[in-house]
Structure formats: C-alpha cells, structure tokens
Design a protein around this ligand. Structure first.
Ligand SMILES: Cc1cc2nc3c(=O)[nH]c(=O)nc-3n(C[C@H](O)[C@H](O)[C@H](O)COP(=O)(O)OP(=O)(O)OC[C@H]3O[C@@H](n4cnc5c(N)ncnc54)[C@H](O)[C@@H]3O)c2cc1C
Length: 480
C-alpha cells in the first residue's frame, strides 16, 4: 500500500494534475492487449527524466513497485502492475526533439506515437522502417522496450536495428546516456542493446536517438491468392530461396481472411490463404522483383496474383491486415495470441504442425503474420466459460511452443515474455542462461522495484514447468 506521504511526494514531483489516485483513473491504466486487469495504486504522467529519477529513488527507499507504460498495447502483460504500485505513463512525453536530415538521425521522447513519428519523418523524405501493426497507437518507448517488429522486418530489421542511443533512468534513479549519435561506436558495454527488448525491467527510457533511412523511390504491393495454406507457406520459402527480399511478405490464412473481410469489407477474396507482398527500391528494381515474386507464387500453386492499383487500394489492404487480430473475436470470445518464429525454410512444417494440433484439440487456430521472417501469429481461439476448451487452448499453446523449439525456432519474435510467457521461459532457455539474466536484473535493480513479476516465473513451481531436454527429468509433463 502506498502511504499518504508517498502520494503527497508523487504529487509534489509531477504536479497535482499529473498524478491520479481515483479508481476510475486507475482502471484506465490497469490492462493491456492481453485483456487482464491489475489495478495500480497510482498513475503519474511524467514529463522529464528528472521526475522519473526522483520517483525511482523514492521507490527504492519506500519499497514500492514502479511500472513504465506507453500505450498499453502489449501482448504479454509487460505494462501490467501485477504487484500494484505506481504506473509511470509516458503519454505526455511526446516531443520529436530533432530530425537531422544530414546525419539521418532523430531524437525523440518515449511517448511519441510511432505513426506520428513516421509521418513526420516521411514529410522530410526519410524513412523509419519498424512497423508493428499497432503503429497507429503504440509508442516509441513501448516499441523500444519490446523491440517491436512488423511486416517490414524481413528486409529492414526490427526496432533494435534503429536505436543508436538512449537516455535511460536506471531503477536506482541515476540518469545515464547509452550508445552514440554516430554510425559506429564500441566504447564500453552495449547497454543500448541490453535495454532494447528488456520489457521495462532494466530502466525507463526517457529519450532515444534513432537511425533513419532514405525513403524508397517506389513500392509495389501484390495480393497473391492460394487455394491451399501449405502452398502459400511453401511459396514463402521459395521466394527467399530465390534471393528476392521483399519489403513485406505477410501470410493470412483462410480463417483470418474471412473474419477480417466481414469486419473491414475491403473485397478480400474467399481463399484458404493469401500472401500480401510488397517490394520496394528503385522503379526498375521494383518491377523486376514483383515479376519474380509473382512467377514463384504461380509455380507453387497460387490461383492468381493481383497488384494493388492506387494508394487507396494499398491503404485498404494494410488496414485489413492490421485489423485481423481484433476481427478474430468473431470466431470465439477469447484467444491466446502467440508470435512464434522458425527459420524461414521451416514455415511449411510449422503450418502443418499447427493444423495437426488444432485438429487434435478440436480448436480453431488462426495463423497470420510476418511469414517472410518466419514469424507467425498463432491465435488459439476459445471460450473461457467452457473449462474444457480453455484447458485445451492452453495445452495447444504448449504444443505449439514445443513444435517451434523442435524446429529450432523461438517462442516470441516480438511480443516479449512479460507475464504471459514467463512459465515457458525454461522451454527455450537453459537454467544457466536464466540465472545469468537474473544476475543482470539484480545488478541493475537490487531492490526489485522496476516492473516486478515480468519475464521470470514468479512461483518456484513454474520454474522449469515446461522444461525440455535432459534438464526436464522429474518435471511435470504437459500432455496434449
Ligand atoms: C492490434 C495489435 C497489433 C500488434 N502488432 C504488433 C506487431 O506487429 N509487432 C509487434 O512487435 N508488436 C505488436 N503489438 C504489440 C504492441 O503493440 C507492441 O509490443 C508495442 O511495442 C507496445 O507499445 P506500447 O506503447 O503500447 O507499450 P506498452 O504496452 O505500454 O508497454 C510495453 C512494455 O514496454 C515497457 N515500456 C513502455 N514504455 C517504456 C519506457 N519508456 N521505458 C521502458 N519501458 C517501457 C512496459 O513496461 C512494458 O513492459 C500489437 C498489439 C496490438 C494490440
């Protein structure tokens, strides 16, 4: 429980109008896209690194948890105050401080919404590629903390590849600068990389220096329709094998396609799968790559390919793609949304394995996502009021993870571990690796006040619950 003295001090640090304690205000900061709810005891809207620093120093001396929050759009519970305490919202730190068109860099505050930043950058003929489907509302701070990626990762990489340096407030309250503003820099440990993807557990980002690229001259968008999902998956690996690197290569299965068409009404075809592909670069290069992609798809069983004509059609296709996640609730009221990644060549095996799991558990599992980098969003649909179905959904997820690890993949490409995947950590990481990570956490946050309850399983019983390999001896088995 926060004492009255702490509440008074919070108000003093951020100002009366930037601190909220009323239940109705707290509720707005109690959930994320996992649809789970934990009420914080206070929400503060910070405006500077100095304010964040004072709050973290007090958290250490008074012993309360602090949870950083951007837009709360995370899919793994990262911004949830699972142990109560104070939520630090960055929504008022919205400054685009600088866009340097000579050195192709930008300096931003963490609360800037990605879409607004991209629009600003593109007006100057520049390009910031990371494009999670939540780009219209997620913040740059949240993107950095989760190392967000999106369709363009196949060619341009993920958030990590665009963060040159950070201003970070450490859990103990010190304000540090990491990284560089230059194209290179190897002085000391790479704390920037450590912070990116650390899910708000090692520090609070208060400023970021980002790398920009020139905006590509031309882009061409293709929609390729397949009567069979497996053929679409094979086409993905054939395109990569042919050494054509599209700027996006998205797979949408039949279930997702039908749901999103009912919702968005953009005229998507009735099919078992489509690939939404973009190629970008010089005008000539784009035509050549598009022709190669189309030929490969037709050879691997596509029924037809169509290039989008005009900006509106392209906009509609992407609007539909970004709406898939929400539209799936038409199938069932609840879903477990995972984002496994396998080596690209293993996509066909992943897809057939998931189909087999869906049939075995009698569940609908919708698959879509960034097939070009082997990253598939696996949405296990269920009704939580039906206990058998809810249990089956959880078991199916464990099997999807086993399948992924068996294919030399990883259980999360972009959503992070947060709370929802903590119990599966030992499926992918050896105990020694988890221990090393815990030592890093303890070095940065000796009192465990920053975003506790994330990444590492809280209950000892969950440590190693899903362990695979020789270490698993004696661990409870999870069966299908
Ligand atoms: C419809 C939908 C589509 C999505 N599509 C994608 C996708 O394609 N790719 C993808 O990668 N993700 C996707 N996501 C997940 C989510 O949008 C991303 O993880 C995003 O980066 C989270 O940003 P946010 O501002 O909402 O952060 P939040 O959810 O508020 O926080 C996420 C994590 O970052 C931490 N955090 C926030 N700000 C800071 C800060 N300043 N310093 C330190 N830690 C901080 C929080 O504590 C938390 O652990 C999607 C989500 C939705 C709802």
């Amino acid at each position: 429980m926060l004492s009255e003295l702490v509440k008074k001090e919070l108000k003093r640090i951020v100002g009366d109008s930037n601190a909220a304690f009323a239940r109705e205000d707290l509720l707005c900061y109690s959930y994320d896209a996992t649809n789970t709810l934990y009420l914080p005891e206070a929400v503060v809207f910070v405006e500077s690194a100095e304010e964040v620093s004072l709050i973290l120093k007090m958290a250490n001396s008074e012993g309360f948890p602090v949870v950083p929050r951007g837009a709360g759009s995370g899919f793994s519970g990262g911004s949830l105050p699972v142990e109560g305490g104070v939520v630090i919202s960055t929504e008022r730190m919205k400054g685009i401080i600088e866009i340097d068109t000579e050195n192709l860099t930008a300096v931003v505050e963490p609360g800037v919404v990605l879409w607004e930043f991209q629009q600003e950058v593109e007006r100057k003929g520049l390009f910031y590629p990371p494009d999670p489907s939540s780009m219209r509302f997620s913040t740059l701070g949240g993107n950095i903390a989760e190392c967000a990626g999106g369709p363009r990762a196949i060619k341009y990489g993920v958030t990590r590849d665009y963060v040159l340096g950070l201003e970070v407030v450490l859990p103990t309250g010190e304000i540090i600068n990491t990284g560089v503003r230059t194209a290179k820099g190897v002085v000391g440990y790479d704390i920037t990389r450590l912070m990116v993807g650390s899910e708000g557990t090692l520090g609070i980002v208060t400023k970021a220096t980002l790398r920009l690229l020139p905006l590509p001259e031309a882009v061409k968008t293709l929609l390729v329709v397949f009567p069979d999902l497996k053929d679409a998956a094979i086409a993905v690996s054939e395109i990569i094998k042919a050494k054509v690197i599209p700027s996006t290569l998205e797979l949408i299965d039949g279930v997702s396609l039908r749901c999103v068409e009912e919702y968005a009404r953009v005229g998507l075809p009735e099919a078992e799968a489509v690939l939404l592909i973009e190629v970008d670069g010089s005008r000539d290069g784009v035509e050549k790559d598009a022709a190669a992609v189309e030929r490969i798809c037709m050879e691997t069983g596509a029924s037809y390919a169509k290039s989008a004509t005009g900006k509106d059609e392209v906009k509609d296709l992407w609007k539909a793609r970004r709406a898939i996640s929400a539209s799936l609730f038409r199938v069932k009221p609840n879903k477990i949304n995972e984002d496994v990644v396998v080596p690209r060549a293993s996509i066909p095996e992943l897809i057939s394995g998931i189909r087999e799991i869906a049939a075995r558990f009698n569940l609908t599992i919708a698959c879509f996502g960034h097939a070009g980098d082997g990253n598939i969003h696996v949405n296990v649909m269920y009704d939580k009021k039906n206990h058998y179905e809810a249990k089956a959904a959880e078991d199916a997820v464990a099997d999807v993870f086993r399948l992924t690890i068996g294919l030399k993949g990883t259980i999360s490409g972009e959503h992070g571990v947060g709370v929802s995947k903590a119990k599966y950590l030992s499926m992918e990481l050896k105990p020694e690796a988890i221990e090393a990570m815990k030592r890093i956490k303890a070095a940065f946050d000796p009192n465990g006040i920053l975003n506790p309850g994330k990444i590492f399983p809280k209950k000892a019983a969950e440590e190693g619950a899903y362990m695979v390999g020789p270490e698993a001896a004696g661990q409870p088995a999870v069966t299908g």
